[in-house]
Design a binder for this molecule. Structure first.
Ligand SMILES: *Cc1c(COP(=O)(O)O)cnc(C)c1O
Length: 465
């Protein structure tokens, strides 16, 4: 198949982009001066830019293109559905076939008693649903004061006012008057950066017990829910110590606090199981889903909730919903995505082939003088960069400077690896092969070498005091 791509020269595209397009999470003036990289097409795990470079996508877009690019079945599912019924809503006593089929499929795939789906257009919207849902749940049960929600510092739950409040990113809270009232944040289980001399196990337990302290401070009768990502993604791919989640589960059970697992990244195979909750051995009352639900081919998210919550919420009118809740085209694409994940045994591939290969590759990279260790769950991982491995030291100077330098060296070597602070993070498409992982590691190693040389030349290999 030939693809004809007829577009303006790159410089013109960049100028038009800078003139009229405001980018998310970007200093737009800086980007305008530099010129955005223009991605024009993609196939498998490789992107092509407007200059014809082939870039290995180590982030699966934004953690979402789990089946890789160019899957004709997903294209066909969308066009078929667009012809048949491009839109209808699910308000006011109506429904349509794709929403029915997708809700049923998700009920089958989700663990245990999670059998009911409220659709949204994104992860942010789904978490906004969750805030209203858990507060409404307790109100319907005669406990309207049980409305506070506890989350974690440096967590990411979306960018709307509600979901951004759940998230623990202080630089987001600093803009627009967040967080909304009734949201509280405890420490994150980031042993590498914050664990000091504790063992990971002791540190994980201590961070989980902050939840108990917070519940007792607020009064258990006031706490509706706890929310957490099974493995933090945007915060830097932080795989918690093994002691962490069992203790969180114990505390939620003891104080009758609902557990919300934000599975937007972890869901649909990323950690080597269908859901991160299974990998971490927890039983949430609600799971937030988006991203990998459709492999990013169409915007769709949702909340999968327990029988118990559905029973209470369904007894009254829930005054909530989005025009595109369960959008038929997005639902049809998601359904097809779930079919392929199952028929091609993608999750077995993650667990038995890709994860072991990536683990071996990253362990090798960890021998690099800049790399302080490896955090990996399934196919989501991070490499903290450090000037001194033994003490897990941070770099002197502004946090993120070295990470940014390394990301730029990755880009220069046609590799997308993001940085969060001075941690490099990876989340490739789940279909990545062993040979592609080798190529990934080759490019990453070269970028690390170049970063190391640059740091040496600039005398920047110094630890913060
Ligand atoms: C990306 C993300 C969200 C927000 O999803 P959007 O579709 O961008 O609104 C929520 N939670 C987690 C864990 C995420 O990674």
């Amino acid at each position: 198949m030939t693809t004809v791509s007829n577009h303006l020269p790159t410089a013109e595209l960049q100028a038009l982009d800078a003139a009229h397009h405001m980018h998310p999470f970007t200093t737009n003036d800086e980007l305008a001066a530099k010129g955005a990289r223009v991605i024009t097409r993609a196939k498998g795990i490789f992107l092509t830019d407007s200059e014809g470079n082939e870039i290995l996508d180590g982030m699966a877009g934004l953690w979402c293109v789990n089946l890789g690019y160019g899957r004709e079945e997903l294209v066909n599912a969308a066009t078929r559905q667009m012809r048949e019924l491009p839109f209808y809503n699910t308000f006011f006593m109506t429904t349509h076939v794709p929403a029915i089929a997708l809700a049923n499929e998700l009920a089958k795939l989700a663990p245990d008693n999670l059998n009911h789906v409220f659709f949204a257009g994104s992860g942010s919207e789904a978490n906004d649903t969750n805030i209203r849902m858990v507060r409404t749940y307790w109100a319907q049960k005669g406990q309207p004061e049980k409305s506070h929600i506890i989350s974690r510092k440096n967590s990411y739950h979306g960018s709307s006012v509600g979901s951004g409040s759940l998230g623990g990113m202080t630089y987001m809270h600093a803009q627009g008057g967040l967080p909304i009232p009734g949201i509280h944040h405890i420490g994150q289980p980031d042993w590498w950066a914050e664990g000091g001399d504790h063992t990971p196990e002791a540190f994980g337990l201590a961070r989980a017990q902050e939840l108990e302290t917070m519940i007792l401070d607020l009064g258990a009768e006031k706490v509706a829910a706890f929310i957490g990502e099974p493995v933090q993604g945007a915060g830097g791919v932080i795989v918690p110590p093994s002691t962490y989640w069992p203790e969180i589960q114990r505390i939620c059970d003891k104080y009758d606090v609902l557990l919300i697992a934000d599975e937007v990244i972890c869901g649909f195979g990323r950690t080597g199981n269908w859901f991160g909750s299974q990998t971490m051995g927890i039983k949430p009352d609600i799971m937030t889903i988006a991203k990998g639900l459709s492999s990013g081919y169409a915007p769709i998210g949702g909340s999968i909730v327990s029988d118990e919550i559905a029973e209470v919420i369904n007894a009254g009118e829930f005054n909530h919903g989005y025009t595109y809740s369960g959008h038929p085209v997005c639902a049809a694409v998601a359904l097809e995505n779930l079919r392929i994940l199952q028929e091609e045994n993608i999750i077995d591939h993650v667990r038995d082939v890709a994860h072991p290969a990536l683990k071996a590759g990253l362990d090798k990279l960890a021998e690099h003088p800049l790399v302080g260790g490896v955090n990996l769950s399934g196919l989501m991982g991070s490499l903290p960069l450090t000037p001194h491995k033994e003490s897990r030291a941070k770099f002197a100077g502004q946090t993120g400077t070295v990470g940014y330098m390394c990301r730029e060296r990755c880009f220069a070597n046609n590799l997308v690896m993001r940085h969060v602070g001075d941690r490099m993070i990876i989340s490739p498409p789940l279909v990545i092969t062993e040979a592609e992982i080798e190529e990934f590691m080759r490019r990453a190693n070269k970028a690390l070498d170049e970063t190391y040389t640059a740091l040496k030349d600039k005398d920047m290999l110094k630890a913060a005091s």
